[in-house]
Design a protein around this ligand. Structure first.
Ligand SMILES: NC(=O)C1=CN([C@@H]2O[C@H](COP(=O)(O)OP(=O)(O)OC[C@H]3O[C@@H](n4cnc5c(N)ncnc54)[C@H](O)[C@@H]3O)[C@@H](O)[C@H]2O)C=CC1
Ligand SMILES: CC(C)CC(=O)C(=O)O
Ligand SMILES: [Mg+2]
Length: 349
């Protein structure tokens, strides 16, 4: 079997802490199997600004393009908030450079974690949906963009082609799930959202088996909390998907547990937690590593078809949560290191 090349962007603040935790679990899980990989680390984000003067050096783009998959933890933080080019700009550019237009963010309730959720168990039970977020267009990429002392402008723009390709991913995904798509937009106000609906309505004719409904983003924000099990595949624009996925993470107990995959037409996919670099807890040894570990699990399934290793990781994480060895975001007292040690012990079980 060919050795897989994994590009690693370890990020800022808690980034390196959760990345090394995740890689330890990957190494423990693949032992005794024929899955071979090589890690190649590249400078990215704030770390790259410090070392190379820019958040996304060309060598990082090239290294990522030549890899089989990319692992990213999280970038940014107060150290670079006043930088002329912030780490976040590097994140947007890498998504664009690699053509990663679809960001898949799952929200699935684990019965053990359900007890940690601030939402009532009877409300969240049976929740299992994915947010399919458009990732390389919309207001995060709009021009003109302007800010001076008197005025600031952001522009949101979508073409039919950009909407069609993300709709296609979402509809296809629904065919392997409950065949239910919810298109989330603000079509009562925004021109881009009106176009989203038109494209969605046309595409729904190609998928007669799929039940499609439409929901304004403000109502969707409410329904995610009150009726989360009513969703299957949520297809939405860049900004709305960013916000709704952080909201959805509350259902599972913590933002620190949610992975994601960003994918495009060709080239490697990128796997990363949905959260940021959590500067408030960096260096304390208490960052929840589960989001990073689940991102690695997702990589094993989606990029490498290593289902057996991925399943073993999933079970080891679940067993660890069951024994109550969890970090403070999930109401526990364990450190990142203790969580990892327990997961590895379960893997060796
Ligand atoms: N993909 C990326 O790299 C992203 C980067 N960011 C950047 O991260 C920086 C911090 O942003 P914030 O708004 O504070 O969002 P954040 O997601 O970093 O943190 C929000 C809250 O969640 C907690 N949290 C996040 N991940 C956790 C984990 N694994 N374990 C335990 N608790 C966790 C944090 O401690 C904090 O209280 C900013 O510079 C922001 O731009 C934000 C989102 C995504
Ligand atoms: C920091 C932003 C550019 C990205 C973000 O919040 C996200 O992708 O979840
Ligand atoms: Mg976000």
């Amino acid at each position: 079997m060919k050795t897989k090349k994994i590009a690693v962007l370890q990020g800022d603040y808690i980034g390196p802490e959760i990345m090394s935790a995740g890689l330890e679990v990957l190494e423990a899980a693949r032992q005794g199997t024929d899955f071979e990989y090589q890690i190649h680390k590249y400078n990215f984000g704030g770390e790259a600004i410090d070392k190379c003067g820019e958040p996304l050096p060309q060598s990082t783009i090239e290294g990522c393009k030549s890899s089989d998959a990319i692992l990213l933890s999280a970038i940014g933080g107060p150290k670079w908030d006043k930088a002329s080019v912030r780490p976040e700009a590097g994140l947007l550019t890498i998504r664009n450079e690699l053509g990663l237009f679809a960001n898949i963010r799952p929200t699935k309730i684990n019965p053990i974690l359900a007890r940690k959720s601030p939402i009532k168990e009877e409300v969240i039970q049976n929740t299992d949906f994915v947010i399919v977020r458009e990732l390389t267009s919309g207001i995060y990429f709009g021009t003109p963009r302007k800010k001076d002392e008197h005025e600031a402008i952001d522009t949101s723009s979508y073409t039919v082609e950009e909407i069609e390709r993300i709709m296609h991913i979402g509809f296809e995904m629904s065919m392997h799930r409950k065949k239910h798509v919810t298109v989330v937009d603000k079509a009562n106000v925004l021109a881009t959202s009106k176009l989203w609906r038109e494209v969605a309505q046309k595409m729904s004719n190609e998928y007669p088996q799929v039940e499609v409904d439409y929901c304004y983003v403000d109502a969707a924000a409410m329904k995610i909390i009150t009726q989360p099990s009513s969703f299957d595949v949520v297809i939405t624009a860049n900004l709305f998907g960013d916000i709704l996925s952080d909201e959805a993470s509350v259902l599972t107990g913590s933002l620190g547990t949610i992975p994601s995959m960003s994918t495009g037409v060709n080239g490697p996919s990128l796997y990363e937690p949905i959260h940021g670099s959590a500067p408030d807890i960096a260096g304390k040894g208490i960052a929840d590593p589960i989001s990073m570990i689940q991102s690695i699990e997702m990589m094993l399934r989606e990029s490498f078809a290593e289902y057996e290793i991925a399943d073993r990781i999933a079970r080891a994480v679940e067993q660890t949560i069951e024994t109550g060895i969890v970090t403070p975001d999930l109401g526990g007292k364990a450190t990142t290191k203790e969580v990892i040690e327990q997961i590895i012990e379960n893997l060796r079980g």
